[in-house]
Write a protein that binds this ligand. Sequence first.
Ligand code: ZN
Length: 130
Amino acid sequence: MPDEDHLHCQCCGATILPGGAFYHCKTEFISGFDGVLPDSPDPEADIEAALQQLKAISAQEAMDEIYENIELVLCPACRTKLQKAILAMLPDQAPPKAPQWGKARKTVQFPKAPKSKGKILPFPGSSDSE
Ligand SMILES: [Zn+2]
């Protein structure tokens, strides 16, 4: 039975004693958009298909596809396990090293979205000529 007076690792359930090492893991999944809307021979059918897909899932599932925030408290062992699992998903990634205190954190760079060459439309009512 979990001890209510102490933190616990949300992965393995280990008790984190007062003053003990633990980690906050904050993960955000944010839907990306590169600014490109592919040409479609039938945009109305595409919209109808998208609406049908939305009807097939819950409101929470639909929101999670756009933005999902996961926050965990982890013990050091589970932090290392999660770090290895994440880095193992990346190609050509060196195996993770043990935490090195005082060094800059590792940041994974994702490719940037291509610059859009589309026309920027003003919001209605934002014209200076009014
Ligand atoms: Zn743990």
